[in-house]
Design a protein around this ligand. Structure first.
Ligand code: AP5
Ligand code: MG
Length: 213
């Protein structure tokens, strides 16, 4: 099963993608997590990506597409995957579609996690992220068992550099301009499903499993 998570920054794509990956035993692939891991490890790719990410802008398609196509061609992707944060532009979606076409494959579902902008800024300021394993928490809604420490791998939790309120506003603007058109794109392909992302995390997941099962 090949699934794409759509939705504004902070809508809960990553949170739901992790749950999907566990339940359906497919890899969770987040381009944002790949970039953050590269920044943390001080790679050339990380340095390049950081210039854009810190301003809330998209990393150029040339860089992003290559990384994603490499990743989905790995062996663990044989039974499908859940993409979180890719595609984010129409050209990215077209490249992915062409690559899949060549293999006689297609995207099965594009799930739009729908959350209004008003809720987003509040969510982001409470988010804490693990840069080691990619786990995400929220100080109020989904707190870690021990304050400041990742439940999964025990690393320290941080406020992401791009979660400052000004940067979040930019990310929302970029989302509406460049990513939202994908909703129309996948509606026309007949694979778009929308879930109400303002509900409780487990309720959102239940709606998603009803679609996928
Ligand atoms: P990326 O890492 O993908 O960030 P994003 O899309 O902005 O999304 P977020 O990760 O911020 O939010 P999310 O939807 O995953 O929400 P989460 O589950 O954490 O990308 C970062 C940057 O990398 C981009 O700005 C860009 O520069 C670059 N980039 C990445 N991919 C790219 C691409 N394809 N092309 C170009 N550039 C690219 O949830 C948010 C918070 O809410 C958490 O605290 C969570 O615990 C909480 N929460 C989740 N669900 C609920 C709920 N139901 N109720 C209450 N709280 C909840
Ligand atoms: Mg995320």
């Amino acid at each position: 099963m090949k699934i794409i998570m759509l939705g504004a920054p902070g809508a809960g794509k990553g949170t739901q993608a992790k749950l999907i990956a566990e339940k359906y035993r497919i890899p969770h692939i987040s381009t944002g997590d790949i970039f953050r891991a590269n920044i943390k490890n001080g790679t050339e790719l990380g340095r390049e990506a950081k210039k854009y990410m810190d301003q809330g802008l998209l990393v150029p398609d040339e860089l992003t597409v290559k990384i994603l196509l490499d990743r989905v061609s790995q062996e663990d992707c044989g039974n499908g995957y859940v993409l979180d944060g890719f595609p984010r532009t129409i050209p990215q979606a077209q490249v992915l579609e062409e690559a899949l076409n060549k293999l006689g494959e297609k995207i099965d579902y594009a799930i739009d996690v729908d959350v209004p902008d008003e809720n987003i800024v509040r969510r982001m300021s409470g988010r804490r992220a693990c840069l080691k394993c990619g786990a995400t928490y929220h100080l109020e809604h989904i707190p870690p068992k021990k304050e400041g420490v990742c439940d999964v791998c025990g690393s320290n939790l941080v406020l992401r550099d791009d979660d400052q309120p000004e940067t979040v506003k930019n990310r929302l603007k970029v989302y509406h301009e460049q990513t939202q058109p994908l909703i129309d794109f996948y509606t026309k392909k007949g694979v778009l499903r929308t879930v109400d992302g303002t509900q409780d995390m487990q309720d959102v997941f239940r709606m998603i499993t009803e679609i996928l099962d």
